[in-house]
Design a protein around this ligand. Sequence first.
Ligand code: ZN
Ligand code: ZN
Ligand code: ZN
Length: 368
Amino acid sequence: MEIRPNYAARLERVRREMAAGAIDAVLLSVGHDLPYLTGYHAMPLERLTLLVLRMDSTPQMLVPRLEVPRVVPQPGVFEVVAWNETDDPVAMAAKMLVGAKTIAVGDQMWARFLVELLPHLDGARFTRAVDVVGALRAAKDHEEIEALRQAGAAADRVALELQTGLIPLVGRTEAEVSADISARLIREGHDVVNFAIVAAGENAASPHHHPSDRVIRKGEIVLCDFGGTMKGYCSDITRCVFTGEPTPDVREAYAVLQRAQQAGVEAGRVGGTCESVDAAARRIIDEAGFGEYFVHRTGHGIGMEAHEEPYMVNGNRTSIVAGHAFSVEPGIYIPGKWGMRLEDIVVATASGPDSMNRANHDLVSVNV
Ligand code: ZN
Ligand code: ZN
Ligand code: ZN
């Protein structure tokens, strides 16, 4: 399925947000707001790429001359202003911003370019572009949800290979298994792998453990958290397996984790709030006495980026709306012993939470 976004409609909605927030200009460079609004993904170069979006004129995209062939023109949506190696693109941007008093800047625009722009923009006030693009990007449309579903199904197929013993574990290093999972993500249709965490035994107690030369042994938990990008949208799944029969402490904790994750998914409903998803999962882990070992928020938004708005964290009172896509991934981490996490991507819909991941949620025993 090819995604054909209506860029003009998206830009129109951004303009409405700009009007509401009295924002005169939006500056987008590196990052995903730019491709979301124009289809063009700027490379993170030392050369400036910058979309200057103002209320009253066609958006102008400053692009290094040598990158212009990669820009797919969108007539009526934006115009390309190529700059040559000897031009001063910051001065060109400053000209486009004459009169702008309140300027919203994309999170990933390099500090270097903003610092160079500042002296040209005397008296301007700055804010974050997420204020005008964030809510729009967070509520996925039908095509975006289908892309997330396909990416999730591809990740599920790799999870199934893990759970059915098709991916050998015992005797291999975490790094070898990580490379194996990465290759399978590509084979199942991902364009790039974003991460493939493999953490065995005590290493699993570090939530973002970097796969190492630690050899996986019999009789331990193996946490695998992996995902990639497929047709522009991300997958992200965590499943744990046990090499043999789970020990009673692990089995009991996992039962708590599984209930907490289900409760988090159930709370991912239109009309609820982001923090209520976190609270639903956390309450169960707290009540079982593992509260101090659940050391991170329950989830993050997902879309073109693996981590984006909205975040499922205490204090985030953002209302969940149809199309919000996010992870629900509580974990329990006992330092020096083991760790566990269970993660699905969920989309809030008018008829309830819709899970992009269907892989078995149990702690599966594998003897490989
Ligand atoms: Zn993470
Ligand atoms: Zn993950
Ligand atoms: Zn995640």
